[in-house]
Ligand binder design. Structure first.
Ligand SMILES: C[S@@+](CC[C@H](N)C(=O)[O-])C[C@H]1O[C@@H](n2cnc3c(N)ncnc32)[C@H](O)[C@@H]1O
Length: 330
């Protein structure tokens, strides 16, 4: 914007007078305009529409934005900018609602994924909602947990938008498949332990006859990360062992990863089912030797970097205060 204004000024100066001085002034202004444009690109002057300074077209459009795995700080900068610009935000069950504080107060917030609630819309209804709002000229953000293109039907939504001729963009998010193991102190690859990783859905027909998953190939991967698999852990373990994975292979199940209530249970393919009794979704299952590294790297659960919540701060202050006001003899 400033760059083009300076370019315009340079043109005006050049046309006003053809003296040497005016020409030099015009050239200087032109160089200044180029530097402004260049700094806008090189230093990433972000717009929600385009990270390199060119906003998306005006009018209705949809941004498919990854909300990250739960911890609000793991939203991308571009995702935040999209939320700040949105007229409408359509979000899912696993999206941390505190992210909506980035929206303007008048933005419409539509929760479409609450399990068991009337607000739960079918995929077709969600597609229709996005298309209708964009056609009304609204800036729509479709906010999805983790990354929109990882086990999230983001691809289907993008296809529906493309087919309807709606302008859209995809803003990748930090997927739980990577972030949750990281917060449990498990590096998915390791030079000595694993050179391959597979992301696998547990939300499929897993039986031998009907599964669309190549279990032999999966069982042979260095590290295997299952999403949506907690309730089907027994079946997953059985299939891996059937395909030759050593029953002593380490396994971790991580629930509510990246959040203060994160819980991790570890074991082996042989005993993990007994160890995780009662654990529910959402959870990530990690299978592979890399799980052993956690013993040395469990940084998040040991609280090294956990920031105090307001409630914990109050509790701590109250504890200190009560010590101060207790009589000496007590
Ligand atoms: C429908 S998939 C969506 C995945 C998402 N698109 C992503 O990239 O993370 C939902 C599954 O993601 C996993 N998940 C998402 N957030 C999680 C979290 N904070 N802790 C553990 N698992 C999580 C669980 O396996 C859950 O069942």
């Amino acid at each position: 914007m400033i760059g083009s204004m300076v370019t315009f000024l340079a043109g005006v100066v050049a046309r006003l007078n053809c003296s040497k001085l005016a020409r030099r002034g015009s050239e200087m202004l032109q160089r200044l305009a180029e530097r402004i444009d260049h700094s806008g690109q090189g230093r990433g002057r972000l717009h929600a529409g385009n990270g390199w300074g060119v906003p998306l077209r005006r009018g209705g459009r949809v941004s498919l934005v990854g909300a990250g795995p739960g911890e609000p700080g793991l939203l991308t900068l571009k995702g935040k900018l999209c939320l700040e610009e949105a007229d409408v935000v359509v979000y899912d069950y696993l999206v941390n609602e505190s992210l909506l504080t980035n929206c303007r107060p008048e933005a419409d917030r539509i929760h479409v994924g609450k399990p068991g609630s009337y607000q739960r819309l079918s995929q077709e209804e969600i597609n229709r909602l996005l298309i209708e709002r964009a056609r009304e000229g609204k800036v729509v953000v479709r906010l999805k947990g983790g990354d929109p293109f990882i086990f999230s039907r983001g691809g289907e939504e993008a296809e529906a938008l493309a087919e309807a001729g709606i302008h859209f963009e995809v803003v990748p998010g930090v997927t739980s498949a990577i972030a949750v193991p990281s917060y449990a102190g498990i590096p998915l690859t390791h030079r000595d332990l694993a050179s391959t990783v597979a992301f696998v859905t547990g939300n499929e027909n897993l039986t031998k006859e009907t599964s669309g998953i190549d279990w032999k190939a999966v069982a042979g991967m260095g590290t295997i990360v299952f999403l949506m698999g907690v309730s089907r852990l027994s079946l997953i373990v059985a299939r891996l062992v059937e395909e030759g994975r050593d029953p002593e292979t380490p396994v971790a199940v991580i629930q509510w990863g990246t959040l203060p209530r994160q819980k991790t249970v570890t074991g082996t393919l042989r005993d993990i089912r007994e160890r995780v009794r009662g654990m529910r979704s959402p959870g990530i299952i990690v299978v592979g030797e890399v799980v052993r590294v956690r013993n040395r790297l469990r940084w998040f659960e040991e609280g090294m970097f956990v920031r105090e919540t307001a409630a914990t701060q109050t509790q701590r202050r109250e504890a200190v205060l009560s010590k101060l006001i207790q009589p000496e003899s007590a």
